[in-house]
Design a protein around this ligand. Structure first.
Ligand SMILES: Cc1cc2nc3c(=O)[nH]c(=O)nc-3n(C[C@H](O)[C@H](O)[C@H](O)COP(=O)(O)OP(=O)(O)OC[C@H]3O[C@@H](n4cnc5c(N)ncnc54)[C@H](O)[C@@H]3O)c2cc1C
Length: 378
């Protein structure tokens, strides 16, 4: 616990969503924040993702509690910064009887009402979201799921923080060295510039190498690569985020349900561990994905077969030709491989590394940062 009396200088290394949330909460608590980022503008997972604040998929217990707390914080932050926060809810759509049965089980889970689960018939889905006019048997609606806009998010948070003179943003500051000193913590950039603070959070995302690599030795984390895409703008509004039944296989919320009854995943969907997630952006386009690749070195190319599969699933759900995919990209995140929800390591008193948020890093970011503030007692 650090004294609450004096305002601290908090150094945050990493301008992604989890780093930015550390900066946000430290600033909100009245401290001076020095925010360091190696790129001119952050280019990693936090700007390549769906922007989902996904409560529906969180494992029962501690992970759900963290997810619900993060959802609460996101809503407040969404009122204070232009990040495109929308409490839009989600629909996980069943396309076969086995998926529908699992959705029936999901609404009976002990925490179903905390998550805001309800089962909708196919007719109700079509009434709620006329775009989903294709083949489905019903959907699990989750009213607590929400979304932020990745293209606006980090800039929106910084714009709000820059209105506070206690915040400073330092892009192109590649931290290459860290030292604990008598008076606090000092980092040095590749250009030789030193910065010091009372407390420091290293939030480097999937940069498991470099000056932090010693601390990551044998750490239960791995990198995961995903392929993503964006469609042309739809003519109509699709307010809910949408997931297909394959997502039930991957989200831990559903792990104790009758997943063994699901038909075997086949072809490219099985090979790339695919699910459909789809979010309409403010410009009408839809972010779609995804695939999962776990073996390094990762493929350097974007392969076309996953996009063909996603288009087929979308066409089936929409009951019409899938919108053209006009942009494709990939992204890599750092994922905890232990039972810990994410990776946290105190390397010195007041110096902590946080990564490994995996596919839930955006969802949980504010609550993860809050845990750091609590551990520092600030
Ligand atoms: C394609 C894709 C889709 C996803 N979809 C979702 C989703 O919808 N919902 C969800 O909850 N999660 C999602 N995730 C996961 C989520 O995006 C990540 O968990 C989250 O963005 C991680 O945030 P971060 O700040 O830890 O890391 P990052 O976003 O990787 O940011 C780390 C930053 O640290 C900087 N940095 C690294 N080393 C240094 C250094 N030495 N000096 C200075 N700066 C440094 C990097 O340049 C980078 O900007 C997705 C991830 C991907 C890849």
């Amino acid at each position: 616990m650090f004294s609450k009396k004096k305002s601290k200088t908090v150094v945050v290394v990493g301008g992604g969503v989890i780093g930015s949330m550390h900066a946000w909460l430290a600033l909100a608590a009245g401290h001076k924040v020095i925010h360091l980022e190696r790129d001119l503008a952050p280019q990693s997972a936090s700007i390549r993702n769906f922007g989902l604040v996904w409560v529906s998929g969180r494992a029962a217990g501690a992970e759900l509690a963290l997810g619900l707390r993060a959802r609460e914080l996101w809503e407040t932050i969404g009122l204070q910064a232009e990040i495109g926060f929308r409490a839009n809810g989600s629909l996980t759509v069943a396309q076969n009887d086995a998926e529908l049965e699992i959705l029936r089980e999901a609404v009976q889970m002990a925490d179903a009402s905390a998550r805001g689960f309800e089962l909708l018939s196919s007719t109700q889905v079509k009434w709620l979201e006329p775009v989903l006019n294709g083949n489905h048997l019903g959907a699990l609606r989750c009213t607590t799921d929400a979304v932020v806009e990745p293209p606006m998010l980090l800039g929106g948070l910084r714009a709000a923080m820059l209105g506070n003179e206690r915040y400073s943003w330092h892009p192109h500051y590649d931290v290459v060295k860290y030292k604990k000193t008598d008076s606090g913590h000092t980092v040095k950039s590749a250009a030789g510039v030193k910065v010091s603070g009372d407390l420091i959070a290293f939030v480097p995302g999937a940069a498991h190498h470099g000056f932090l690599s010693d601390y990551f030795e044998d750490a239960p984390i791995r990198k995961v690569r995903l392929q993503m895409g964006a469609t042309v703008p739809l003519a109509s509004e699709l307010s809910h985020s949408v997931a297909d039944g394959d997502s039930l296989r991957y989200y831990p919320a559903f792990k104790d349900l009758s997943l063994h009854t699901l038909p075997t995943q086949e072809g490219i969907a099985a090979e790339r561990k695919m699910q459909l997630l789809l979010v309409q952006r403010l410009d009408g386009s839809c972010t779609i994905g995804d695939t999962h690749e776990y073996e390094e070195p990762f493929d350097h190319e974007l392969s076309e077969a996953p996009y063909e599969h996603l288009s087929q699933v979308i066409a089936n759900l929409f009951g019409t030709t899938a919108p053209k995919i006009e942009r494709r990209w990939d992204g890599v995140y750092s994922q905890s491989t232990s039972t810990d929800i994410y990776f946290r390591k105190e390397i010195e008193r007041g110096a902590v590394i946080i990564t490994g948020g995996g596919g839930r890093g955006n969802s949980l970011a504010p609550a993860i940062a809050e845990e750091t503030m609590q551990s520092w007692g600030i």
